[in-house]
Design a protein around this ligand. Structure first.
Ligand SMILES: [Zn+2]
Length: 183
């Protein structure tokens, strides 16, 4: 089997050019073009990071307008996590690399479905918690009373999640402060 370049092209496809070397960091073989492009990308990191979409709560760009050309940006932090996972799990990586394209595509879709399921479960859990507590329920209903009926549950779940995070942050800060004071 001839080694191919496993880097992604700008279209998000695997390059598949004959490989000229092994990229230690990325854990796969690359062609001449892609062994160089990594260095360019690293130089562009700061501009890449500032171009993230402002309002995308879920994982993928499924809601993008059909006229938008797809863009595949690299997040250096995410890349580093992927790279280290690959290094620690060479067998799994070899398995993934051996997957046919359609299987890979379906796996990506499966991850998206799972993520949506997860968000749905979180949302239902939060709403259940609120509905169990009449005082809380009244407070949240009041907050969203001016919204159209069909948007209220979603808004409540969103506010509740933000509130939870804020409380967790505050508690974390208090604990840190307590520790530094020897409490
Ligand atoms: Zn390549």
């Amino acid at each position: 089997m001839k080694a191919i370049c496993w880097a992604y092209t700008e279209d998000g496809l695997i390059c598949r050019q004959p490989a000229t070397g092994f990229d230690q960091q990325r854990g796969f073989t690359v062609c001449a073009t892609h062994s160089a492009s990594r260095e360019q990308q690293t130089q562009n990191q700061s501009s890449v990071m500032t171009r993230t979409r402002p309002s995308a709560p879920s994982s993928a760009g499924g809601n993008a307008a059909p006229t938008d050309p797809p863009t595949f940006r690299n997040n250096p932090e995410v890349d580093a996590k992927i790279d280290s996972y690959i290094q620690e799990n060479p067998k799994y990586w070899a398995y993934v690399q051996g997957m046919p394209r359609d299987r890979l595509e379906r796996t990506v879709v499966l991850n998206e479905v799972r993520e949506l399921d997860r968000q749905q479960r979180l949302r239902e859990g939060v709403l259940k918690q609120i509905n169990r507590n009449p005082d809380l329920k009244r407070a949240y209903d009041l907050l969203v009373k001016d919204l159209p009926e069909e948007q209220r549950e979603g808004a409540i779940a969103q506010i509740a999640r933000q509130a939870k995070r804020a409380v967790a942050r505050t508690l974390g800060q208090q604990q840190t402060r307590g520790q530094s004071m020897g409490v």
